[in-house]
Write a protein that binds this ligand. Structure first.
Ligand SMILES: Nc1ncnc2c1ncn2[C@@H]1O[C@H](COP(=O)(O)OP(=O)(O)OP(=O)(O)O)[C@@H](O)[C@H]1O
Length: 293
């Protein structure tokens, strides 16, 4: 049985598009990534799945049950919304104890462990916390009852790189202990690092579902170089290179494929400078997925 199931899930906000005909299933034990640019429909899909908003058509199930008809399922999962709102006057520990009171188990020890891992001061007032620290409160809140399913909507926004790393280690640990993880992101590299499978969502529709192994073969990089002398366009007009722009001694392009191939080609040009970046998702969508479909 799939842990998450979306069948022809559609949500229309009046005349505007939310999500269209999403079919997706996540199996037990997976770390599943849900990736798409801003406004693609990630939050809408997650909120419809959780029964927080009604679908226009189609259905969704968690552990084989529909969340709208069986709201008690929510106790079996941990959910981190993309934006967290709190009663600012409360202390972190009081808020977390309050959240824990919804579950039939003592979560005190786990709250302290999670706070230590995430470097969160439990004695502080919510009001005094930065955006990133509020996010950590949400993370602890989502994990304190050791749920079998963890659903996270853009969990890393607001966390610094070190904290992101700790958070991902924590998720991997929960996954090793048996939890299924489903998280949305607009950053390809973090999904590549973490997930067994990934669904790409664009303008409300799933446009691609890929295994991690395939994603790793498709290693997208944006490469900018500055040569000592004029760069010839032909030098980089090779398989895997796209959006090649050459302007005198400067060149820029996107590379998809085995990184050693391009490194070899780069070594044949005398360079003054180089930067290798993660291309943004829009760029990848525009120049690969649209073409391939
Ligand atoms: N309550 C609403 N009323 C009307 N339109 C909405 C509502 N919520 C979302 N939308 C629209 O639905 C589409 C999908 O939005 P959604 O928030 O699900 O995207 P997202 O992928 O989570 O993006 P982001 O990363 O920016 O949060 C967008 O076009 C958005 O404007």
């Amino acid at each position: 049985m799939s842990v998450i199931e979306m069948n022809h899930l559609t949500k229309q906000y009046g005349k505007s598009r939310g999500i269209k005909n999403i079919n997706l299933s996540v199996e037990e034990g997976e770390i599943f990534g849900f990736i798409g640019p801003n406004g693609a429909g990630k939050s809408t899909a997650i909120r419809t799945l959780l029964g927080l908003i009604y679908p226009t058509s189609g259905s969704a199930a968690i552990f084989g049950r529909n969340c709208t008809e069986h709201p008690e399922i929510r106790k079996e999962l941990g959910y981190l919304p993309s934006e967290v709102f709190y009663y600012d006057n409360m202390k972190v520990i009081d808020l977390l104890k309050y959240s824990a009171s919804f579950y039939k188990k003592d979560c005190t020890k786990r709250i302290r462990e999670l706070a230590e891992i995430m470097d969160l001061d439990l004695k502080k007032k919510i009001d005094d916390l930065s955006f990133g620290n509020k996010k950590k409160v949400g993370i602890v809140q989502g994990l304190l009852h050791e749920p079998k399913l963890i659903i996270l909507d853009e969990p890393t926004s607001g966390l610094d790189p070190l904290m992101q790393q700790k958070f991902f280690d924590l998720l991997r640990e929960e996954n090793r202990k048996g939890a299924t993880v489903f998280f949305s992101s607009h950053i390809l590299s973090e999904v590549q690092k973490m997930c067994s499978r990934v669904a790409f969502i664009k303008e409300g529709e799933i446009i691609k579902l890929e295994k991690m192994s395939t994603l790793q073969e498709n290693n997208y990089k944006r490469i900018n170089i500055e040569g000592v002398s004029t760069i010839s366009k032909e030098a980089f007009d090779i398989s895997g290179v796209s959006r090649l722009e050459v302007n005198g001694t400067a060149a820029s392009f996107i590379f998809k494929g085995n990184i050693n191939t391009i490194m070899q080609r780069l070594s044949e040009t005398e360079l003054r400078n180089i930067s290798i970046e993660e291309p943004d998702l829009e760029e990848i969508f525009m120049h690969y997925y649209v073409k391939e479909d």
